[in-house]
Design a protein around this ligand. Structure first.
Ligand SMILES: *Cc1c(COP(=O)(O)O)cnc(C)c1O
Length: 359
């Protein structure tokens, strides 16, 4: 083995859902929003002064931070923005998890958490979810070097109330608690009001799902001024120019279109409930969802087989080849028309006598 190879930082990467480049497909595999971003975003892009791209962007992302501060009614120095919430979360792991004690997160949750912990050599311990995938707050009462909770959780779609988060904060005054609220806008209760009461709470959200801007890469964290300052310091010790001039402008435009945002999420939540009812009719078990996706299971059909059959028709959903969840599928809510094609395929699939049934 060559000497230099011994010095390589070997990591197990996160595996993102595939991004097939077909013209005609129904893409329900990465929880993107099926609708375009606000028309104000299109307008801002058209009016963008490209001469400005000559310059480095504003390191404070002031236009975007101001828009968020106004929308959430928090101070500008309580907001940190990054290149998608993945960037914000990675930065938060690096900033706040610097203890010898293990960081705690659920055993079934967003699969990037253990990847970052390994990358930054942060000790961690997973807390088992229940049989029904529900989080157990008692699991977070032991000594720890930090806590991460995805609420609603991924890929299960289940959520907990603000009282659950507050209980964890009450039991963990000595560590930073990160609540990853990537899906919060689809009907769950945000922990945001608690940042005034608990200076160790960081709430992380994203433009990728509810604001239809996954391709622009914008995420943000809100918390006590001291947490935000610590994040800014780490960011500025790493890369001062994370947010591009375009991301700052277009992100601010998206935040300002409140009416479009509300209608966008309402359409998705309505379609979600329609799809849930249809799937239950077909015998699927569908977990409660306050997200833009459904986590589903069928007694008679193996998830992997269904995943592959759907794929054969260019309908992409997410399958996780992992213990416990390997007989479930995660299905993003698309447009009503897309979901009707998906449901139509399932109806035909169940009627086909040649389909292999379990058991
Ligand atoms: C989608 C997602 C993210 C990351 O989204 P970004 O596109 O990086 O903002 C973070 N956490 C969870 C639980 C997610 O599902």
């Amino acid at each position: 083995m060559k000497e230099w190879k011994k010095n390589i930082r070997m990591v197990e990467p996160y595996v993102a859902g595939e991004q097939p480049q077909f013209e005609h497909m129904i893409k329900l595999n990465t929880n993107e929003n099926p609708f375009p971003p606000s028309p104000l975003v299109t307008e801002a892009l058209k009016n963008m002064n490209t001469e400005k791209l000559r310059l480095y962007p504003d390191t404070t992302s002031d236009i975007l931070v101001s828009a968020l501060a106004e929308y959430y009614n928090v101070k500008k120095n309580q907001i940190f923005v990054g290149v998608g919430s993945d960037d914000v979360l990675a930065m938060a792991f690096l900033t706040f998890f610097h203890s010898d004690k293990p960081v705690l997160f659920a055993d079934i949750t967003y699969s990037f958490y253990d990847v970052w912990a390994n990358l930054y050599r942060i000790p961690y311990k997973t807390v088992a979810v229940g049989e029904d995938f529900k989080l157990h707050k008692e699991g977070y009462y032991e000594e720890n070097g930090g806590i991460v909770i995805a609420n609603p959780n991924a890929p299960t779609s289940l959520c907990v109330g603000r009282d659950f988060i507050e209980d964890i904060l009450i039991h963990n005054k000595d560590s930073v608690v990160i609540v990853d609220e990537a899906y919060i806008d689809f009907g769950a209760e945000t922990a945001l009001p608690l940042i005034e009461k608990y200076d160790n709470l960081l709430v992380v959200q994203t433009f990728s799902k509810s604001r239809s801007l996954a391709g622009m890469r914008i995420g943000y964290a809100m918390g006590n001024e001291e947490l935000i300052e610590a994040l800014m310091n780490v960011k500025n010790a790493y890369n001062s120019y994370t947010m591009s001039t375009a991301a700052i402008l277009l992100g601010a435009a998206a935040v300002k279109d409140v009416a479009y945002f509300k209608n966008n999420i309402k359409r998705i939540m309505d379609t979600r409930e329609y799809v849930r009812a249809e799937l239950e009719q077909m015998g699927f078990k569908v977990l409660d969802s306050k997200t833009n996706f459904l986590f589903i299971h069928h007694e008679k059909i193996k998830a992997k087989e269904l995943f592959e059959a759907l794929r054969g028709e260019n309908i992409f959903v997410r399958y996780f080849n992992k213990p416990v969840i390997d007989d479930y599928l995660r299905v993003t809510i698309g447009t009503k028309e897309q979901m009707q094609v998906f449901l139509g395929f399932l109806t035909a699939y169940f009627q086909n006598p040649f389909v292999a049934k379990k058991g």
